[in-house]
Design a protein around this ligand. Structure first.
Ligand code: AMP
Ligand code: MG
Length: 331
């Protein structure tokens, strides 16, 4: 089975083609185009216009790079949610048009679950992980329990990537700001106290963001503030992930989302995993960020487990929560 998947939940429009090799995923192509606002945050309509402009070329490009023909495609999948309405609609519309023109089935998939399944599908020993999903808009700790992917902890306000980007914007860095913050943090001299707010299993970042901005206004070194933001937020994320692993008795941890590129976050989670004698996994960068290949792969899993979707019912769902997805393809 070969599936073409279209991702379009937020700033990224991406098309990937994957092949099912005995329940493991072979990525044939994965082309990604990221919308960068000229100033400020992401405007959903502007991002959707960007996706409209590029999606057709990305589809052609992904098929070409996969070295297949359009007639080789057995299934078309798209990100059903969660995400920004205009962006989701653009990806879904492209998927519907393609599925109808090829006369092939369509599948809308949960974006957060796709981040986890691409780890299981492409990393050979990754079988039942706790996922620390750290992206711009989303921050969730997800694991499989009693028939569903459940959220064991999440942000109560903004995503960790958003927190980094908002701080970066305040101090004049280009979007996305995470990579620059990581570089500044390497040159730290002192740790500055920031609010460490974990509530139960959930985390809040906006108080920390305000405090960090105040440090900047009061003249503290940017390097020290960047370091302190990373140390504080990543420690909180690692703590909640560890608690989820203890609770679910799982011995694998997987990273996903754009912030998973950060070496310090990887290091902290890796140390935690080692101390628990657990395995640590992180997919390749293009499979960590929002991408079409993971959408294609979850489409394959759902289709193979018997799920079918009609074009006329292929709605998007901006608030499609991780635990709303029926998991029929594993136990
Ligand atoms: P996503 O929403 O999953 O596509 O991820 C985008 C987010 O990842 C943005 O908020 C970026 O600032 C963040 N990001 C990318 N690279 C890094 C990095 N090296 N360190 C921290 N954050 C990063
Ligand atoms: Mg994502």
């Amino acid at each position: 089975m070969i599936c073409l998947g279209i991702e379009g939940t937020a700033h990224t429009i991406s098309v990937g083609v994957v092949k099912d090799l005995n329940e493991k995923c072979k990525v044939l192509s994965n082309v990604i185009k990221i919308y960068k606002p000229e100033q400020g945050g992401i405007h959903p309509r502007e991002a959707a216009n960007h996706h409209t402009k590029f999606v057709a070329d990305l589809i052609k490009d992904s098929v070409k790079k996969a070295n297949i023909g359009f007639t080789d495609i057995d299934l078309v999948s798209f990100s059903k949610g969660p995400g920004m309405g205009p962006c989701l609609r653009t990806a879904a519309t492209a998927a519907r048009a393609l599925a109808l023109s090829l006369d092939k089935p369509i599948m809308g998939v949960n974006h957060c679950v796709a981040h986890l399944e691409i780890g299981r599908g492409t990393l050979s020993d990754c079988k039942d992980p706790v996922l620390l999903y750290v992206s711009g808009a989303n921050t969730q700790i997800i694991a499989f329990a009693e028939g569903k992917y459940r959220v064991f902890g999440e942000t109560l306000d903004i995503g960790i990537g958003n927190c980094l980007d908002k701080f970066g914007r305040t101090v004049g860095l280009d979007f996305p700001c995470g990579p620059a913050i990581e570089q500044f943090a390497l040159k730290w001299k002192k740790y500055l106290d920031l609010p460490y707010s974990i509530k139960g299993m959930d985390i809040a970042f906006s108080g920390l963001l305000t405090a960090a901005e105040q440090y900047y206004k009061s003249g503290e070194r940017l390097e020290d503030i960047c370091y302190s933001i990373q140390e504080t937020t990543f420690a909180a994320l690692t703590e909640v992930t560890e608690r989820a692993m203890a609770h679910t008795e799982k011995d694998e941890v997987l990273l996903g989302g754009g912030v998973a590129a950060n070496k310090r976050l990887r290091e902290m989670v890796q140390i935690m995993a080692k101390e628990r004698k657990a395995s640590f996994f992180v997919p390749s960068k293009d499979l960590c960020i929002d991408n079409g290949a993971m959408i294609a792969w979850l489409g394959v899993l759902m289709h193979n487990s018997g799920i079918r979707m009609k074009v006329e019912n292929s709605f998007i769902d901006q608030r499609f929560r991780t635990d709303m997805a029926d998991v029929t393809w594993r136990d």
